[in-house]
Design a protein around this ligand. Structure first.
Ligand code: GDP
Length: 830
């Protein structure tokens, strides 16, 4: 069916003047010129004689060799063919070329029906042609034998004429067929692309040439359907099956995770990113904006998740379900002055109870342990005595202690760390029980202890107060039972409860990297129940509980509220005070851990970790829950301290309220700093100063100490800070001046100013300004400071030196270089 007709000049078969010919190409390179002037001949056909004569003439000698019957048959066939195509032929000639081009374009779209029709027609014609061709062949052979030397185009004519004409019908018929096909195809698939058509047309031509259209037909259609399906999948434009999802997009998300959340293929997301000009692999993170773009491109809806919302899943209100609450053991911390017997007491308590259990049982130190009193109450002791653990936990937001046991040696009475412990307990609003230790000692004087405590607003029961006090000896074990019962009683008063049925949350008491077991953390479960297999996030780490080990060293499957357990299965070592939270899945755990790691990185990056009023305010703003601005006040006299406290407590607005954690008389001490650090509070010194240890400690811990001598200034500053208007003061200190006497140009080094220091010093690591006629024309740093050939740190007044600026060259003789230093300073007395 690959025949082509080309309108041509009149050449062949021009027996009758003005006959048009068509050049016809066959599949194997054969071409034939065909008379297209058929209509005219057809017009003559009704006159048998004329046609007969023409045919006879045209065929010449061939005719002579044909039998009459054969001749008649052929003539009839010819006439019939001519009659059939009479009308179309005229039109065809006019449109031949245009249609042919069109047909070529559209041929691909022939559907099975159209091709079947065409095929049937072609077969019919083929049969006809064959019959005629056979006859013609016979005639030609005969003719060739007779008139071999005659190079007459006419001689070939009959051969080409009839077959061609009969084949001519094929295109004649196939043209409308192609049109039909086109329409059908248009109806069926309006979105089909020209490109596709061409591709298909090529295939179909081959198919047709191979002659097995029937079978190929179906598979082509199937293939096309499959291709379209694939295409839809790839581009995600298949609207029929599209489910529009709400996709949570945090500030940063990996491509894979985004794909998961959209329930799309990661490859499709990568491709979509690529089309947007972003090259990202599946494991790379993209920002919120980009992710939003992609989500929308896939037809989903973006649900904004801000940074902190990542944590929302675990920032649930602790134990909100009243009905699910069950009593839990109290968590006890032992505090007191050094050598007053904290460790001894912890050991004694443990031994007492262990002895009642399996004798000689090897106990394991995991940072906390549980004991049972004779009355059956279970108590949890934090096995890490000292204030550091308590305060560091508190400063990290993990307040695990329910009751503080304040150990005071009966032979030593109240000491500085005893007071510190009282302050810590008060700041944390944790009830105290006083354990008067070393009562076995001859010089023990428990009443001295009680009286001394009065000064610190601790009124024990013996003094008609409400703070329980127990006389005991850690050494002999006497009175320890009483202490345990006192704790149990206090615990009852506190009505400590927790819901064991919710996802577990707890605090890390200790954490270490164990050689054999990997990262290990002792976690005190606070709410819920921690189970083997739970997925959790703890600080910046996450993991899946591989094993739980209790304080006896036994493996357990779960741990409920107030139970300390060692947790194995972390991906890294958390810090004491970190909170552990069980989360629904690993992706969430990882996300939160990554978010926290990012936040702490940012925090570290932010210069220093100073607890300034401004930072507290920023925190207050960021976190609406923070409405208190804690401060410590130290003053020279009691009256000032009280006045300041009253004035400060009156300050308040919607954002912040001042809470005086401690108001005392005397110098700012190290213990004040410790308390301030634990509570993230600044210290206000009124007409007092910090001692050297306190200053050092404040520097280390980043605690801000402010000094005042006028209450109004103090109050105004705190007010300013509370309103977020206090900015750190930058103080500039003049170091020296130098005048440029000469300017050298040194290849490679640029311009160097030869100067004489006129005032103070020239200093290498200081800020510099270039003054020209007292106008600052540049401010920056020095690239070099030289004395003769040597790089020096400082050049004193009166000496010459060479100076060059960093990234600045416009220096002239006569310019003045001003050297200065800057420092951020705390606001001082007015
Ligand atoms: P910590 O620094 O508070 O932990 O105190 P320790 O528990 O280390 O005790 C300090 C010293 O006091 C040790 O030598 C103990 O033996 C001793 N000690 C502790 N408790 C008692 C007690 O009840 N009676 C007597 N006589 N000595 C005690």
């Amino acid at each position: 069916m690959s025949d082509q007709n080309n309108g041509d000049g009149k050449k062949t078969l021009s027996i009758k003047g003005g006959a048009g010919t068509v050049k016809q190409s066959f599949s194997h390179g054969r071409t034939k010129s065909v008379v297209v002037e058929t209509k005219r001949r057809k017009v003559a056909i009704p006159k048998p004689g004329s046609t007969a004569a023409k045919v006879a003439n045209a065929q010449g000698a061939v005719a002579q060799n044909l039998s009459d019957a054969e001749f008649d048959r052929r003539k009839k066939a010819l006439e019939a063919a001519l009659a059939n195509e009479a009308d179309r032929a005229a039109k065809e000639q006019e449109e031949a070329q245009a249609r042919e081009r069109e047909r070529e374009r559209l041929r691909a779209e022939k559907d099975a029906e159209a091709r079947a029709a065409e095929e049937a027609e072609a077969e019919r014609l083929e049969a006809e042609r064959k019959a005629e061709a056979e006859a013609a062949k016979a005639a030609k052979i005969a003719k060739t034998k007779k008139v071999a030397a005659e190079p007459d185009p006419v001689a070939d004519a009959p051969l080409g004429d009839k077959p061609v004409r009969s084949r001519d019908k094929a295109p004649t018929d196939s043209a409308p067929a192609a049109k039909r096909t086109d329409r059908d195809e248009d109806k069926r698939n309006t979105r089909a692309k020209t490109e596709d058509n061409r591709r298909r047309s090529g295939k179909l031509t081959i198919t047709q040439a191979l002659g097995d259209q029937g079978n190929r037909q179906r598979s082509m259609a199937a293939m096309k359907r499959r291709q379209e399906r694939d295409k839809r999948k790839m581009t995600g434009s298949g609207e029929r099956e599209k489910v529009s999802r709400d996709v949570q997009v945090p500030d940063a998300i990996t491509v894979q995770e985004l794909a998961n959340r959209m329930a799309e293929r990661a490859a499709a997301v990568v491709k979509a990113l690529m089309t947007n000009g972003i090259m990202a692999t599946q494991n790379q993170s993209i920002d919120h904006e980009t992710a939003t773009l992609i989500v929308e491109e896939f037809g989903h809806r973006v649900v904004r998740v801000s940074d902190s919302q990542v944590e929302d899943i675990i920032v649930a209100t602790p134990d909100d379900d009243e009905a699910a609450q069950v009593p839990r053991p109290p968590v006890v911390t032992i505090m007191g002055h050094v050598d007053h017997g904290k460790t001894s007491l912890l050991d004694a308590i443990r031994k007492t109870t262990v002895a009642t259990g399996e004798a000689g049982g090897i106990t394991q130190h995991i940072g906390a342990y549980q004991v049972e009193t004779e009355s059956g109450a279970v108590l949890t002791f934090l096995d890490t005595p000292g204030h550091a653990a308590f305060t560091s936990m508190r400063s990290r937001g993990a307040q695990v202690t329910d009751i503080v046991v304040l150990v005071v040696a009966a032979d030593d009475s109240v000491m500085p760390q005893t007071i510190e412990a009282i302050q810590h307990a008060k700041a944390a609003k944790v009830p105290l029980i006083v354990a008067i230790n070393k009562c076995d000692k001859p010089d023990a004087d428990p009443n001295r202890v009680r009286t001394a405590l009065l000064q610190h607003e601790i009124v024990v029961e013996k003094m008609s107060g409400d703070v329980q006090d127990v006389e005991l000896s850690a050494k002999t074990g006497k009175g320890i039972d009483n202490l345990l019962e006192a704790i149990a009683l206090q615990s009852e008063l506190l009505e400590l409860t927790a819901n064991p049925a919710r996802p577990a949350a707890g605090a890390v008491i200790e954490a270490k990297l164990d050689v054999g077991r990997g990262p290990v953390a002792t976690v005190l479960v606070q709410y819920g129940t921690l189970r083997k297999g739970d997925i959790f996030v703890v600080g910046e780490q996450w993991g899946r509980v591989r094993a739980l080990i209790d304080d006896q060293g036994d493996r357990v499957d779960e741990a409920g509220p107030s139970v300390p357990v060692e947790v194995l299965g972390l991906n890294g070592t958390p810090e004491a005070g970190d909170t552990l939270n069980v989360v629904p899945d690993e992706a969430r755990a990882r996300e939160i851990a990554e978010y926290r790691a990012g936040v702490s990185k940012d925090k570290r990056a932010a210069a220093g970790a100073a607890t300034t009023l401004d930072q507290l305010l920023a925190q207050a703003k960021a976190n609406e829950n923070v409405i208190e601005l804690p401060v410590l006040v130290k003053a020279d006299v009691q009256g000032s301290a009280e006045a300041i406290t009253q004035a400060l407590e009156k300050i308040g607005n919607e954002e912040v309220r001042v809470r005086v954690l401690l108001s005392g008389v005397g110098a700012v001490t190290e213990s004040d700093v410790t308390l301030a650090s634990a509570s993230n509070a600044p210290i206000i010194g009124f007409n007092v100063r910090a001692n050297s240890q306190a200053r050092e400690s404040a520097n280390q811990k980043g605690v801000e100490i402010r000094y005042y001598s006028i209450i109004y200034d103090l109050v105004d500053d705190i007010k300013l800070a509370a309103s977020g208007m206090l900015t750190p003061e930058i103080k500039e200190t003049f170091v020296g001046n130098a005048e440029i006497k000469e300017v050298f140009k040194i290849t490679g080094a640029g311009k160097i100013a030869g100067c004489i220091v006129t005032d103070g010093y020239a200093r290498r690591h200081a800020g510099v300004r270039l003054l020209r006629d007292n106008v600052v024309i540049h401010e920056g740093k020095l690239k070099t400071l030289k004395r003769f050939k040597d790089e020096v740190k400082e050049v004193p007044s009166g000496q010459e030196c060479g100076m060059a600026f960093e990234n600045y060259e416009d220096i002239r003789v006569g310019d003045v270089i001003e050297i200065f230093t800057t420092q951020e300073i705390e606001r001082s007395l007015a």
